[in-house]
Design a protein around this ligand. Sequence first.
Ligand SMILES: NC(=O)c1ccc[n+]([C@@H]2O[C@H](COP(=O)([O-])OP(=O)(O)OC[C@H]3O[C@@H](n4cnc5c(N)ncnc54)[C@H](O)[C@@H]3O)[C@@H](O)[C@H]2O)c1
Length: 261
Amino acid sequence: MRLKGKVAIITGAGQGIGEAIARRLAQEGAAVVIADVNLETAQIAANQITEKYRRKTLPLCVDVTNSQQVAEMVRRTMEEFGKIDILVNNAGVLIAHEITEFPEEHWRKVIDVNLTGYFLCAREVARVMRKQGSGVIIQINSKSGKKGSYKNSAYAASKFGGIGLTQSIALDLAPYGIRVNAVCPGNLLDSPLWVDSLYDQYAKKWGISKEEVRKRYEQQVPLGRGCTYQDVANVVVFLASEGSSYMTGQAVNVTGGQEMR
Ligand SMILES: NC(=O)c1ccc[n+]([C@@H]2O[C@H](COP(=O)([O-])OP(=O)(O)OC[C@H]3O[C@@H](n4cnc5c(N)ncnc54)[C@H](O)[C@@H]3O)[C@@H](O)[C@H]2O)c1
């Protein structure tokens, strides 16, 4: 119960890593706002979390690229809970193409959700946290925020940008007692992102089977396995808690040794 009595907003928490983080924060004692563009999955996740952990939840339909909806998310959270201790910017998309074939609208979509969405949520929540004189902002970044990604330029550009944003707003907000950090996971090889789309996309792109795609990615990790939700949630809880009170502006790798910078 390292986050007892805390209030956390998690974006993109209807499924995948965001949902796993919401569950874990609730398990650690926090009330959780499950914000997702898909209200149905947000409601299901919220109901399950309330039932399992007996914690307050608030499911909200929020598109992080829409500043009005983001403002409404913050307003509803304040109305319900009266404070915001933790923001986890997790909502993200991946659309991959080789550079000469990259449709402009796909580029703009990736930058819009992954980078502008992070900016809009952080800006709105920081206004509340500044008044409180406390708070923690965490971005779920990627190892693609540290090193270029083959045929995946928009995603890497959005995540590199996310680290620049993290470092810069950490400076803006440090005087107000607000810490801002990013987590850079390796490949979550069992997540819906991989299972529902990436194995397929990469298998077609490279002309190999989906099993071979998985093996290829596991072999790149010094610790020999894909990243898990638990691996990511462990670090998010640490960054959200007092244990990391002297850390801000960091982008922490959770990659099994695959990325070391
Ligand atoms: N899966 C991986 O291997 C992996 C690795 C490193 C980093 N990440 C990062 O983790 C985060 C979550 O990834 P995931 O694998 O759980 O993805 P996912 O596709 O399973 O889930 C993303 C969630 O975000 C929501 N979402 C999408 N666009 C949104 C928007 N505009 N506004 C609000 N919600 C929106 C979706 O509805 C979905 O519920 C992303 O930022 C991703 O870049 C994922």
